[in-house]
Structures are given as C-alpha cells and as structure tokens.
Design a binder for this molecule. Structure first.
Ligand code: FCB
Length: 471
C-alpha cells in the first residue's frame, strides 16, 4: 500500500498540491518575501551529505577521525556514507531544481581537492566542477562555502587551527578553488560558523578535533578569522565577479531576571556568541568583555592581523536557530536556565523567531558598516517519518513561516537582507547527533537512500511558483 502512495510523493518532481490561499506557509501579501529578488534556497555541507570518504583520492578529515572515536557521535554514526551525494548528485540537483529553489549553498571538502603536499587532486576538483556547472545550467544561484568543518587530518596533525600556518594553507586552498571554479560560483563564503570550529572544536571538545581549553578556543578563532582575511583578497583576484563573505552563527541570550547580574550574563552570552566573531570582522578588534568571561585567554595577534581580518565584505551570512535563557553563574560568566513550557524542536532547541529579528536589528545599530545579509541557515530538526509515502512536517512548516516573518520584520526595520537558505535540503549527518536528528525538507531513508519530499518543501515550492506567476 505504502508503495502506491509513495510513487506519487517521493519522485523527483512531485505534483504540487494546489493548497488554499490560507495554506500554513505562504507569507502574507505585504511580506518582503514576495519580492522576486529575495533569494530563497536550501543549504547542505560536504561532510554531512557526500559520503565516499575514501574515494578518488579524498584524504581523511578531522570528522572522519573524531566520529570513529566511540562515544563522540550518537549511535556511533559517521559520515562515511551519509546521503551518498557524491554518487547521487545528479538526482539531487534535479530534486533541488524540481522544488523551484533558486539558490543552493554547498561546501567543498578541502581533503577532497588537495593532497597533503598542497597539490590539486583533479578527481575531487572535477566533482565540484560538474556539480556547479549543472547547478548553473539549471539557473540556480550558487553559494559555496570553503570550510564547513572538514579540516584535512594531516593539518590537524600539525596543530590544526592552533597552528598559524593553517591560515596560510587555507589561503592556498582558496586560491586553487577560486582559480578552478571561477565563473560557476555566485558567492563565496570562506568559513562556516567559526564559533563552532573554535569553541566546540577546541574550547569544549564537543566537535572535532575534540580539544577542550578556552585559551585554545580564542587562538583557534584568531587563526580561523585570519584564514578568512587572507582568503578574501585571493578570491577577489581570481573571481572578481562573485560576492565574498563569511557565515556566522548567532545566538540570542535573554536574562532570566531583571537583576543587573542576569542582564550582564545575557550580555556576556551574546559577546561570546556574536561579538567574538562580528567585532573583529566589522570593527577590527576583539570585544574586551570576552576576556572578562575567560580571563587570560587573549590570543596571540601579530601586527596587521586585525586589518587583514576586517577587510570589507560583500555579504555576511547569518545562521540562526534558537535562544538561550541565562543567569549569572555567580562568578565571571553565565549559566543556562532552560525555560519551561516553551516550544522546542527535536534538538531541544527553543523555537524563538523574535531572536532572529532582534539580533539583526541590533547588529544594524552596532555595526555601521554591516554588509548585506543572507540568512545562510535556518531550520529545525523533527522526528520525521514517512507514512503512506508522505512526510507531514507540520512543526517545520510553522517554524519556517514564523522565522521568515521575523526576517520580513527585520527588513521592514531597515536591515538589508537579500535571501534565506533553509537548513537543510535533505536530512543528513548532524555532527555529534549523527543521523537521528532530521533537519531536511526532504526525508532520507538511509537504508535505501530514497528521498521523499516533505510537506514543507511542497509548500515552499508552491509559494515560489505563485511568486513567479505574479512577477
Ligand atoms: C549549524 C551547522 C550545520 C547544521 C546546523 C543544524 O551549526 O552549520 O552544518 O549542522 O547547525
């Protein structure tokens, strides 16, 4: 029975349900989302979807190493197969195009495209050439992230992001990729979420490479931002027509009470999550309050580094997921105080769209040189199942609608926001949570690799069709 129904709904081009004007996704008539030039797309990342970790000369990455250590990833999952996108990319591009999505944000696996001596790996590079050429043929706007956390293991063996040399190796990698792929990339993002790489990777050890030391985190962050700053002029030279930027995750911290101590705690939370990255990029300095939170952790900064890091950007990518309610920890910092009775996702993250709006408006006030913004990730995990060939992801539909409304409010308050990428195109390897947490607007059955379009994707498609018809 299920097979009959799934034949209708899990094909690459599902019939779009007509829906009613009052469907649970379509934005109101006055929403800026109806503007034809507001880019609506979906995002993925190499290690989370590609699989094929030993193929065509790909070298090990820190995530191969980390996920092989028992206890680091839920259920012992690894990215070895993931969504098998390395082999199924053509069908995946068809699927993306059939959903009418206008933009695709993907990342390149550094260990796939260069050998340990820094020489090009032709087979790996050709994979991305084929993929990007096909996306351009389909008229899809391409956002390419150079570093979405899969550092070559051989660089980690020499200190990884604690070693300043890694920043220069990154610039070499950016040079190679932008020479090879110029003309097929609309926007380059140097790094995805340096906060996660630095803090989760080197500060608390929840992510690869799994080190836990605050001083490591600040030094890793400095080298990550330096890598970004060194790469931007290289990208400008090799691929002048494209946009250059970086992607930052941002966090909303709200105080648990009106007390001055809790207000300070919420401020410090946002310094640690947002200003730590945005201040060096947009003001050319680290926020001093960070070192109140982590005394004695100032990174080693050489002359000229802050100028390199704060060179102008064409765009800033913003990833937003949830807020954290915090109180003072009685010392220098903050502690989480989870709120009761609020809506949460499968990750346990609170659904809090106002946080996105408020942060964006706040950034515009704080940073006079705030570049145009793309929301490069937003979405939620739910325990989605295929029933009779369908996935009714009701909570996600409502989540997306409310977050897009928050984006619209920020635009109306004067923030220059040019697009929004759903996280994610399809269910994938959710880092330390493995395959259990499903973020996709397309469901993936990992035993068969069958893709099933979720209801959320159908409704996004319907909206995009209506928008096109109006233009
Ligand atoms: C972000 C990551 C992305 C994905 C989402 C849920 O921090 O950039 O790869 O895992 O979270």
């Amino acid at each position: 029975m299920a097979n009959d129904a799934s034949a209708v709904f899990d094909t690459l081009s599902p019939a779009v349900s007509k829906g009613s004007p009052a469907d649970p996704f379509t934005p109101p008539a006055d929403s800026s989302l109806w503007r034809k030039n507001f880019l609506l797309g979906a995002a993925t990342a190499s290690y989370q979807i590609e699989g094929a970790v030993n193929e065509d000369g790909r070298l090990p990455s820190i995530w191969d190493t980390f996920s092989a250590i028992p206890g680091k990833v839920l259920a012992g999952d690894t990215g070895a197969v993931a969504c098998d996108h390395y082999h199924r990319w053509e069908a995946d591009v068809e699927m993306l195009a059939s959903l009418g999505l206008e933009g695709y944000r993907l990342s390149i696996a550094w260990p796939r495209v260069m050998d340990a001596a820094g020489a090009p790996n032709r087979k790996g590079i050709d994979f991305y050439k084929r993929l990007l050429n096909r996306l351009k043929e389909k008229g899809i706007t391409t956002f390419v992230t150079l570093y979405h956390w899969d550092l070559p293991q051989h660089l980690e063996d020499r200190g990884g992001w604690l070693n300043r040399d890694t920043a220069y190796r990154f610039a070499d990698y950016a040079d190679l990729m932008s020479c090879e792929l110029a003309g097929t990339v609309d926007a380059w993002a140097t790094l995805n979420e340096p906060w996660c790489s630095a803090y989760l990777g080197y500060g608390n050890g929840h992510h690869a490479p799994g080190l836990a030391n605050d001083r490591f985190a600040t030094q890793a962050m400095h080298h990550l931002l330096l890598a970004h700053g060194l790469a931007v002029p290289v990208l400008r030279t090799n691929d002048p027509a494209s946009q250059k930027g970086i992607v930052a995750n941002i966090g909303r911290g709200t105080p648990n009470s009106d007390s001055a101590a809790d207000q300070r705690a919420a401020h410090l939370f946002e310094v640690q999550h947002n200003a730590w990255i945005l201040d060096p990029l947009l003001k050319g300095s680290y926020p001093q309050d960070l070192f109140e939170l982590w005394p004695g952790t100032e990174p080693l900064v050489l002359d000229g580094d802050m100028e390199t890091i704060s060179a102008p950007l064409d765009f800033l990518g913003i990833n937003y997921y949830f807020r954290t309610n915090v109180a003072s920890d009685g010392a220098h910092g903050f502690r989480d105080v989870p709120l009761e009775g609020v809506e949460r996702t499968q990750m346990g993250w609170e659904v809090y769209p106002d946080g996105l709006r408020d942060l964006l408006i706040g950034f515009k006030e704080t940073y006079h040189n705030l570049p145009p913004i793309y929301i490069t990730e937003n979405g939620m995990a739910s325990d989605d199942e295929v029933t009779d060939g369908r996935v009714d992801d009701t909570q996600r539909i409502s989540f997306l609608k409310r977050h897009l409304a928050a984006v619209d409010q920020a635009i109306k308050a004067g923030v220059d926001i040019r697009g929004y990428f759903l996280w994610s195109l399809m269910d994938n390897f959710e880092w330390a949570f493995g395959y259990e947490r499903r973020f996709g607007v397309v469901h993936v059955d990992y035993s068969t690799q069958k893709r099933t379009i979720k209801r959320s994707a159908e409704l996004v498609e319907k909206f995009l069709q209506e928008r096109k018809a109006k233009a």
